[in-house]
Design a protein around this ligand. Structure first.
Ligand code: CA
Length: 506
C-alpha cells in the first residue's frame, strides 16, 4: 500500500487532510507516528492532537469551528463534529495596514485585440444584446444562420454569441436593486472581446427599452425591434438580424492581434465544485499566478461574496485604503441583508459535493477560497456588474453561483477567466476563454479532455505552489494570446448567461 500522506497547512493547525487517493483505512500510520483511528476519505480531516469538546479546530492557522465532542488524536474530524463559528462582525472590522505593493515584474506581454475605447480583448467575438427574453428564440434562429452562412467568410472572427437572458419584461424596472441586472446588461455589451460592435434586438413592448443597453452616444441603427411594422412576418425579422450581424462582422474581421502590455489584461477568478484540495493546490497556485499578473501590471478580479464573507477580516486587512475597506464592508452588509430577506443564511452555500469532498462548512471553504486572491493589496471593490477604474487586485462582488459570477465578471470586463474545481464541472463561457484548473490529478486524468491545468502535483509534492503558479501564469498569457485554446472552447461548450436580479419580478 502507498505511504499514508497528510497535508498540514499552518504550524498552528490541529488538523491535517488525507492526501491519498481513495482515502486511508483505520490503522494507517503516518511518517510522524500518528495512527488513524477511523477510515478517513481523501481530502477529509483528522486530528493531529486530542481536541477536547468545545476547543477550536484550526486550519490555515484560523478557527474553522469548535469540537462538538472530544475528538481524539488520529480520529476523523467529520462534519457533524464541527460547530460552525459566527461570521466576523462587520461593525468590528478595522482596516489595518495594507501589505506593501508587490514588486514589479517586467518582460511580459500578450497578443490581444485592441479596441477603439482602449480596452483589449483576448478573442474576436460578435455579440448581440437583447432587451427581453421574448426575442431569444428568434435571435437563436438567426444566429444559427449567421454561424453557418456568414462566419466562414470572416475567418478572423472566432464566434458569435447571443446575450440572451430572462430579464426585461414583468420586472420592477425602477426598484432600487434593478440597477444590478440593467447595469450588467449594459456593461456586458462593452466586454472587450466584442470589439465595440454593439447591437440590440428588442421586442417593442418590454419595460427595459433597448437603448438603455447601448454605450452612451451609440447610434439608433444599433437597435432593432421585432414589433417594427416594417417586418411582415418572421422571415424579414431574421433577415434584418442577419444583415445587422453581417455589417458588424465586416468590421470585426479587420481586427488583428497586436502585442499589448499586461496592463491591458483583465482576468477573472472563480471556483466551483470545490473540495478540500481547492485551498491546498489549485487556489494557492492561482493566487501565486494572480500575484504575478498584478506585478506585471495586470488587473485580476475575484468574487463570490458568500465564499469570502467568513474570511472578510483577512481581506479588509489588505484594503489599499479606507475607501476599499468601507466598500468591502458595504458589499458584505448588502449581501447579509439580501440573504436575511430571503430567509437564508451563509450555511446555505456549502453543497453536498463540497461536504463529501471534505469541506465541513463555509468558514473552511472561505479560507481556501480567498487564497486565490494572492497576497497583495486590494485596490478596488466593484458592485455587481460594475466596471473597474483601477488596475491591480480587485474584489468584484457577485454571488458564488458559477453562471451568475461568470456573467457579472464578463460585465465587469474580464478578457478571460480561470476556474478552479475539485469535484469537476464542464463549465464554459461563450464570450471569453475559461482555463479550468483541477485541484487533484484524479480529476485531471478522468477529465483529460475538459481540464486545462492539473494542480494535483502540489498535493503529492511533485511540484511546488510557486512552480505550478508560474506554469499557470504562462498558460494564462498563452490563452489570452490565442496560442492556447481551452477545452471548453475546443468543444464549443458554454453555460447560459445568468443575470443577478435581486429586484422584484411582477
Ligand atoms: Ca462559483
Amino acid at each position: 500500500m502507498a505511504q499514508p500522506r497528510a497535508i498540514k497547512l499552518h504550524d498552528a493547525d490541529n488538523v491535517a487532510i488525507v492526501a491519498n487517493a481513495g482515502g486511508l483505512p483505520a490503522g494507517s500510520i503516518f511518517a510522524d507516528g500518528i495512527e488513524l483511528r477511523d477510515r478517513v476519505p481523501m481530502g477529509h480531516k483528522f486530528a493531529l492532537a486530542d481536541i477536547p469538546a468545545g476547543a477550536p479546530i484550526r486550519r490555515y492557522g484560523a478557527v474553522i469551528g469548535h469540537a462538538r465532542a472530544d475528538i481524539p488524536r488520529g480520529a476523523w474530524v467529520a462534519e457533524k463534529l464541527v460547530i460552525m463559528p459566527e461570521a466576523p462582525d462587520l461593525a468590528a472590522l478595522t482596516k489595518g495596514t495594507p501589505p506593501a505593493a508587490l514588486p514589479p515584474l517586467e518582460g511580459y506581454s500578450f497578443e490581444g485585440f485592441r479596441n477603439p475605447d482602449g480596452s483589449v480583448g483576448t478573442r474576436n467575438v460578435l455579440a448581440v444584446s437583447t432587451s427581453v427574453q421574448c426575442v431569444a428564440g428568434t435571435l437563436d434562429f438567426a444566429l444559427q444562420r449567421v454561424r453557418t452562412e456568414l462566419l466562414p467568410r470572416y475567418p478572423n472572427v472566432s464566434g458569435v454569441v447571443g446575450l440572451t437572458h430572462t430579464y426585461g419584461c414583468g420586472v420592477a424596472i425602477d426598484a432600487p436593486d434593478a440597477v444590478i441586472p440593467i447595469r450588467t446588461l449594459h456593461n456586458l455589451a462593452r466586454n472587450p472581446n466584442f470589439g465595440g460592435q454593439a447591437m440590440v434586438v428588442g421586442l417593442g413592448c418590454e419595460k427595459l427599452i433597448p437603448e438603455r443597453l447601448l454605450p452612451d452616444g451609440a447610434p439608433a441603427a444599433d437597435v432593432m425591434r421585432l414589433q417594427d411594422e416594417a417586418f411582415l412576418g418572421f422571415g424579414p425579422m431574421v433577415e434584418a438580424i442577419v444583415e445587422m450581424c453581417r455589417q458588424r462582422l465586416e468590421v470585426l474581421d479587420r481586427r488583428r492581434r497586436e502585442t499589448c502590455p499586461i496592463s491591458d489584461l483583465v482576468v477573472g477568478l472563480q471556483c466551483g465544485g470545490s473540495d478540500a484540495f481547492s485551498g491546498v493546490t489549485a487556489n494557492p497556485a492561482l493566487g501565486f499566478a494572480a500575484d504575478l499578473l498584478v506585478r506585471a501590471g495586470g488587473t485580476v478580479m475575484f468574487s463570490e461574496v458568500t465564499e469570502v464573507r467568513d474570511a472578510i477580516h483577512l481581506l479588509t486587512a489588505r484594503a489599499a485604503d479606507e475607501q476599499v475597506a468601507a466598500d468591502l464592508v458595504r458589499e458584505m452588509a448588502w449581501y447579509d441583508a439580501y440573504l436575511a430577506r430571503g430567509g437564508a443564511d451563509r450555511s446555505a452555500n456549502t453543497t453536498p459535493g463540497n461536504k463529501s469532498g471534505g469541506l465541513v462548512n463555509i468558514v473552511e471553504k472561505a479560507l481556501g477560497s480567498i487564497v486565490k486572491s494572492g497576497t497583495g493589496p486590494i485596490v478596488e471593490v466593484l458592485a455587481p456588474g460594475a466596471r473597474p477604474t483601477k488596475r491591480g487586485m480587485i474584489f468584484a462582488a457577485t454571488p458564488a453561483s458559477d453562471f451568475i459570477c461568470g456573467t457579472l465578471q464578463l460585465a465587469s470586463g474580464i478578457g478571460l477567466q480561470v476556474f478552479t474545481t475539485g469535484r469537476g464541472t464542464p463549465y464554459g463561457l461563450a464570450a471569453a476563454p475559461v482555463i479550468k484548473v483541477a485541484t487533484n490529478s484524479a480529476l485531471a486524468k478522468r477529465w483529460h479532455d475538459l481540464i486545462d491545468f492539473d494542480a494535483g502535483p502540489i498535493a503529492t509534492g511533485e511540484q511546488t505552489i510557486e512552480e505550478a503558479g508560474w506554469d499557470l501564469f504562462r498558460l494564462i498569457l498563452d490563452t489570452a494570446s490565442g496560442r492556447s485554446i481551452p477545452w471548453s472552447d475546443r468543444w464549443g461548450i458554454a453555460n447560459a448567461l445568468a443575470l443577478f436580479n435581486p429586484a422584484p419580478v411582477t
